[in-house]
Design a protein around this ligand. Structure first.
Ligand code: AMP
Length: 287
């Protein structure tokens, strides 16, 4: 496995591989890898000859009061996991390698980014789109795999690829959960035992939404109210948002008539957890 930390080296290596006619699959991550990340690598591994993983805690997607400095990092452990999973190249740059001091160009998605996480994390998706566009230019992948766990991010990346004509297929990977249903996240390690227990309310809330929908409930406000009660009953849970939105446009729905994304963001003493589920058959994806 090659480990590259310079952007010129990464780009030169990818261009060389492309010249040799090799296909490249790419999984961008912020490291502190878990089975969720590894499942994306398995999908990518099965779809191309060369698997590239990036490990980069991207400063531009963190707000001033967010957890950039505390974000968990363990490059040595991550490299071991990548090697075991058959990764060919790990790109792990420092921030100074990725951003010139006077960098002044950004990729701003102005539609899908408005609501949900975009509403409470201003600038977050600008940082995400910018770093993903830069990584795409450095890694030159044929396809890239992103998790459904970050449902809004996945849709925004599909839109960016469509609108800016990146010749890259975007593939979504299912959410990987702990045995008790908590979605895996690098941030779960911040949770105290009590918070960890209470965090199961996200999964319970999504299950309840699904049950209600399966029993024929189509009224979004009624489902939202029941979810709210489940999460609000946990003393340490601070709700950021609970939303039922159209699965592809992310516009809030009042009645469930087509595939609908139920999305939650809940804060536990500064640890922000997100989770989601799609209700109804997924309609054909449009960017
Ligand atoms: P991160 O390192 O948190 O930026 O995540 C890197 C990629 O892993 C993103 O595409 C995430 O959506 C995906 N991911 C994170 N957690 C999970 C999970 N529990 N299941 C599946 N994919 C995940």
């Amino acid at each position: 496995m090659e480990v590259i930390d310079r952007s010129e080296t990464m780009q030169a290596r990818s261009l060389e591989l492309k010249r040799e006619g090799r296909s490249i699959a790419f999984v961008p991550t912020m490291g502190f890898l878990h089975e969720g990340h590894l499942s994306l690598m398995d999908i990518a591994r099965s779809r191309a000859e060369i698997l590239v993983v990036s490990i980069f805690v991207n400063p531009t997607q963190f707000g001033a009061n967010e957890d950039l400095d505390q974000y968990p990092r363990d490059l040595r452990r991550d490299l071991g996991l990548c090697e075991d999973r058959g990764v060919d190249i790990v790109f792990a740059p420092e921030s100074t390698v990725m951003y010139a001091e006077d960098a002044s160009c950004w990729v701003d998605e102005e539609g899908l980014s408005k609501g949900l996480c975009g509403a409470t994390r201003p600038g977050h998706f600008r940082g995400v789109c910018t770093v993903v566009a830069k990584l795409f230019n450095l890694v030159q992948p044929n396809l890239a795999v992103f998790g459904e766990k970050d449902a809004q991010q996945l849709r925004i990346i599909r839109r960016m690829v469509r609108d800016l004509n990146f010749p890259i297929e975007i593939v979504g990977g299912a959410i990987v959960r702990e045995a008790d249903g908590l979605a895996l996240s690098s941030r779960n390690r911040y949770l105290s035992a009590e918070e960890r227990e209470q965090a199961l309310c996200l999964q319970r809330a999504l299950k309840r939404a699904e049950q209600l929908f399966e029993k024929g409930e189509k009224n979004a406000a009624k489902i939202e109210r029941q979810i709210f009660e489940i999460v609000d009953a946990e003393p340490l849970a601070e709700i950021d948002y609970i939303a039922l939105v159209d699965e592809s446009t992310l516009i809030p729905v009042s009645q469930i008539e087509s595939a609908t994304l139920v999305a939650l963001a809940v804060d536990f003493n500064g640890t922000r957890l997100i989770d989601n589920k799609v209700l109804g058959c997924e309609k054909k994806r449009t960017a």
